[in-house]
Design a protein around this ligand. Structure first.
Ligand code: FAD
Length: 525
């Protein structure tokens, strides 16, 4: 143990994966004792966006399912020393690899049209013009794209292509989102192009991400004495000094208490959250936006208003009509729907990934994960998840926006697209269907300019750093676990100097073989 490391206190704001990863790096790599690390989480549970809750009777609930890929170097390194919840003899990383060998993903039914697997589902339907535009974008330099939207770059017909339908639903992009971020994605994941229409090359966790990632990491941290303060919001952070040299001197908590930050102490700030203000509905109730409680943006707004170098939160959270979507989690008793979908998609459950209904006005997609998806899932219950990228538009079988639809109405819409008979629809008679509104789910994709996101180590910061999805990291892509974990490692490396910085983002976009393969895919060869 390093002497200096035993003196200092580390205060981590936000108990999402960015905050938890920060604590692991401090303990595991920087020699800080667990008792000197505190995590403040405003919600009643840690894990942030990586959730998994509920039970068979009231319905299981996940807001989403995470896709990983082999170049999530920071994530796999982090979890390589955390014992798996499934088998304490192996790490979470080893468990993910073992699971994906057992249940390898390769979709036979990525797109559905007119109630059938789309005949052109392996065809990207890109025009020559679209292909040139994609290539131009990949080759363009980032600063020149600043503030631009995707729809500024492509012709309108591009947005009718199968490529865009698959891309936008897989990664959750909208035409009005950031062109800069799309370019980053195209470059970062270019090695996945050959498997793109089949979602091949994607790695998943054995269970939902709370059970597979968060529960093991929490156990590991709590066993080592880290204090996790739930239901504790940090409402303000006092910073003294100038932009040349400044330090956090105190934290103000929601219970009106103050936490003094000493000369040797450090503070890590998660600013904003894609799942802030989530509202859940039920079978007979649409999620009511007025029920939402927002908190994760407040601190960022305060800091940005008071201090330089904290970016512009309103760029990301200022227009929920552009950043919201609804997902839903269904719990059914009996395997009938899953057996039907195995025949329909020609995929064993868990191997297909996202199935998108091409003619759905809500742009509805569903994923049937490997079962059980919850560690304690009751036998003979099955859970699946879906979402609507365009829930602002009226449905095709339910004549209202998904944003106003109950769980039962979402099932009616899904059944219509699958052309289920009345008898088949009875599979859902007792289903628990939990819709979920996430007003900020794509907030990090809003068009941005340099300076809109603070640096991990804002200028002059002597004892604080920014972590999570809204700090600036070169090359890596937001809306990923990897981005948050990378930010945590960068923050601990920069503040303590006792941890190596993260490895560079893999540059598969510089590999000529990858580029040739990607070009062949785009040209349909
Ligand atoms: P969050 O998870 O948002 O956590 C931040 C936490 O900080 C929250 O719990 C919040 O309550 C707390 N907090 C904020 N401010 C304060 C404060 N002032 N005081 C106290 N607490 C505070 N990633 C992938 O890699 N692949 C995918 O396929 C993928 N799909 C996704 C699908 C969905 C539906 C969702 C929701 C996410 C998906 N992600 C995916 C993204 C991934 O889950 C997130 O990027 C990651 O979990 C973000 O972690 P974070 O810790 O940075 O932020």
């Amino acid at each position: 143990m390093l002497e200096s490391a035993s003196q200092e206190q580390h205060h981590i704001i936000g108990g999402g994966i960015a905050g938890l990863a920060t604590a692991v790096y401090l303990l595991r790599d920087a020699g800080v004792e667990g008792k000197n690390i505190r995590i403040y989480e405003q919600l009643g549970v840690a894990g942030g966006s990586l959730d998994g809750s509920g039970d068979a009777d009231t319905g299981y609930m996940i807001r989403g399912g995470r896709m990983f890929e082999e170049h999530f170097a920071c994530t796999f390194d982090l979890f390589d020393t955390i014992p798996s919840a499934n088998n304490l003899d192996i790490s979470v990383t080893e468990d993910i690899m073992a699971f994906n060998r057992m249940v390898p993903g390769s979709s036979n039914c990525r797109l559905v049209r007119d109630g059938k697997p789309a005949e052109d589902r392996y065809d990207l339907t890109l025009s020559a013009h679209d292909i040139v535009d994609i290539n131009r974008l990949i080759l363009h330099s980032e600063p020149h794209l600043s503030g631009k939207c995707i729809e500024d770059w492509f012709q309108p017909a591009f947005f009718d292509s199968n490529f865009w339908l698959m891309w936008s639903t897989m990664f959750s992009f909208q035409p009005w989102h950031s062109l800069t971020e799309l370019r980053r994605y195209l470059r970062r994941f270019i090695h996945l192009f050959p498997g793109f229409t089949r979602i091949a090359g994607i790695l998943r966790t054995r269970y939902n991400q709370y059970d597979s990632l968060i529960a093991p990491i929490l156990t590991w941290l709590l066993d080592r004495g880290v204090m996790i303060l739930i239901d504790t919001q940090v409402v303000d952070v006092m910073i003294a000094g100038t932009r040349q040299s400044r330090r956090v001197t105190a934290l103000a908590l929601s219970d009106n208490s103050n936490v003094p930050i000493g000369e040797n102490d450090f503070v890590y700030l998660t600013l904003g959250s894609m799942t802030d203000a989530t509202v859940q509905g039920s079978n007979d109730r649409a999620p009511d936006p007025s029920d939402s409680e927002s908190g994760a943006w407040t601190l960022w707004h305060r800091l940005a208003a008071q201090y330089e170098g904290f970016g512009r939160p309103e760029v990301f959270c200022g227009d929920t009509s552009k950043t919201a979507w609804h997902s839903f989690t269904v719990t059914v008793d009996g395997p009938e729907f899953f057996e039907f979908m195995e025949d329909f998609t020609n995929n064993r459950t868990g191997t297909g990934g996202l199935v998108t209904f091409a003619d759905s006005s809500w742009t509805l997609s569903v994923v049937l994960f490997h079962q059980p998806h919850f560690r304690d899932q009751k036998p003979d219950t099955y859970t699946f998840w879906g979402y609507g990228l365009r829930g602002d538009r009226p449905g095709d079988f339910v004549k209202k926006p998904m944003w106003e639809a109950t769980g039962d109405e979402i099932i009616k819409e899904l059944s219509g697209h699958l052309k289920l008979t009345d008898m088949q629809m009875e599979w859902f008679d007792d289903a628990r269907v939990l819709p979920c509104r996430m007003p900020y789910i794509t907030s990090h994709f809003m068009p941005r300019q340099p300076g809109d996101r603070p640096d991990v180590r804002p200028s002059g910061a002597r004892n604080f750093a920014v972590i999570g999805q809204f700090c600036e990291l070169p090359r890596d892509c937001v809306f990923t676990v990897e981005y948050s974990v990378r930010s945590a490692r960068s923050a601990v490396a920069s503040l303590t100097g006792r941890v190596d910085p993260p490895p560079p983002v893999a540059r598969t976009d510089l590999d000529p073989i990858v580029l040739i393969r990607a070009a062949r895919v785009l040209m349909g060869m």
